[in-house]
Design a protein around this ligand. Structure first.
Ligand code: TYD
Ligand code: MG
Length: 449
């Protein structure tokens, strides 16, 4: 018998190679190449002869097509999450909910199932937990509807067939990494299993107008392991982020074929499951002590303004190499800002360890956080506070200049609402509330004292 051909496929990005290597050349991840059998196709030889199958497409005028969001939307009972989805889960859509293990994906989906099952037929399929485990969670969350069904399965084929039966309006598949297809020999969680099971499920959902949510686990770095390839296939990709232990958790859409990707919903976990946080700014500032190194940033999560405390701690370096740590803030950005501070102001930081923390578990992606981080570091180095009635926002350029920020009016409105009197912000903003600043050096001299 001829030896069957194999190739090595990266489980992170899907690139394939003829030889094994420790590092994927395509995406730079380590230890992600897995050997897989190549399924021989006749496509190559047919193509080389210039023959191929197919027929001319039927086309219609775009005017006559019914829009796909004319279908019903299933509300989740979480107002902000519905906004993230663009009004709820659309019938016939497939969504991927991605997050680290233990963040609360199963909890959130069970709560959503409980709500939707009040009016629709819902099926929760788990390949990870037994019926007893799921029941335990369900009863804690108050999900005990007659129309909420449960099945335990790891077979992609069975799950697709069940969806295809059209018996259910809303189906949750927890999780894609546990599924396998009979026709494929590789292990669950590999790229070929994930793509093929995903495709089967998507086809079944589309053909019966079932809304399906697929759970996917992500690695610590925040990339979808395996399901990266699934991102292209599904209609909506929801990212569940935050601290596993306490703090705020956010759900945002990084892709949405039926809505915008600017909204975000903020959750908190308690003994009765996940709850949406109504006034995140107030909750985040409740425990604040105005010490040196503490700055209030007026930031945006999606389109929503939030006030959050940025803390910096600066200590002398004991060994030659200074240490820089950031939690909730991009470390590369922090290193860049430290370089800007050193070069553009008189502060010396090369012999200091610097730790920056965003309070409350939020991950700040807003470029207008720069100025607040710089002020927090400067305030910690100098041992001086900023007035406690000030909020800060603005981007810092490499020249040390303070640059404009998106949606300043919303940031200012939120700061006013919480009783702040001024914002240290880019000089381009014309508002009485704003203390206009143009460059970092002058800002430090004038306000950190
Ligand atoms: P889980 O939803 O199982 O996470 P995932 O499916 O993303 O892996 O649960 C996450 C954690 O939440 C778990 O460690 C226990 C905790 N939890 C609560 O604090 N309260 C609750 O009501 C529930 C159901 C879970
Ligand atoms: Mg789970």
């Amino acid at each position: 018998m001829a030896k069957s051909k194999t190739k090595f496929v990266c489980q992170n990005c899907g690139a394939s190679f003829t030889k094994w290597a420790g590092l994927c050349e395509s995406c730079g991840e380590w230890n992600t190449l897995v050997e897989q059998i190549v399924e021989e196709t006749s496509a190559k030889s047919a193509l080389s002869k210039g023959q191929f199958s197919g027929k001319k497409l039927d086309y219609v005028s775009i005017k006559t097509i019914a829009p796909s969001d004319a279908k019903e939307r299933l509300k989740t009972n979480f107002k902000d999450l519905d906004d993230v989805l663009g009004g709820g889960f659309l019938l016939g859509s497939v969504s991927l909910l991605a997050g680290q293990p233990g963040i609360g994906k199963s909890t959130l989906l069970m709560q959503i199932c409980a709500e939707i099952s009040k009016t629709k037929k819902v099926l929760y399929i788990s390949g990870e937990e037994s019926a007893g485990q799921v029941k335990l969670r369900a009863s804690r969350l108050g999900a005990d509807s007659e129309t909420l069904a449960f099945a335990s399965s790891t077979s992609g084929n069975d799950i697709a067939k069940t969806i295809e039966s059209g018996e259910f309006d809303f189906v949750v598949v927890d999780s894609i990494q546990t599924l396998s297809m009979d026709e494929i020999s590789s292990a669950p969680g590999t790229v070929s299993q994930v793509t093929n099971c995903g495709n089967l499920i998507i086809r079944a959902a589309k053909s019966t107008d079932t809304a399906v949510v697929i759970v996917g686990h992500v690695t610590k770095e925040g990339t979808l392991a395996g399901p990266k390839v699934l991102e292209h296939l599904v209609d909506v990709v929801l990212n569940f982020e935050g601290d596993r232990y306490g703090g705020f958790k956010t759900v945002r859409a990084i892709k949405n074929r039926f809505g915008s990707t600017t909204e975000v919903s903020i959750f908190e976990m308690n003994e009765k499951g996940l709850k949406e946080v109504q006034n995140p700014s107030a909750a985040l500032l409740a425990e604040r002590q105005n010490t040196d190194g503490s700055i209030i940033l007026a930031t945006l999560e999606g389109t929503r303004p939030i006030l959050v405390e940025i803390q910096a701690l600066v200590t002398p370096t004991n060994f030659g190499y200074p240490k820089r740590t950031a939690s909730g803030f991009d470390l590369n950005r922090l290193n860049l800002l430290i370089a800007v501070i050193e070069r553009r102001t008189k502060l010396k930081l090369s012999d200091k360890d610097i730790f920056v923390n965003v309070v409350g578990g939020l991950k700040i992606q807003d470029s207008a956080a720069d100025l607040a981080v710089c002020l927090a570091i400067a305030s910690a180095v100098a041992g001086r506070k900023l007035s406690e009635d000030y909020v800060v926002f603005g981007e810092v350029g490499l020249g040390g200049e303070v640059r404009s920020a998106f949606r300043p009016d919303q940031r200012i409105a939120e700061a006013k609402k919480l009783g702040f009197t001024h914002a240290i912000a880019p000089a381009t903003i014309k508002n009485k509330f704003v203390i206009p600043v143009k460059d970092l050096r002058q800002t430090l001299i004038n306000y950190v004292k």
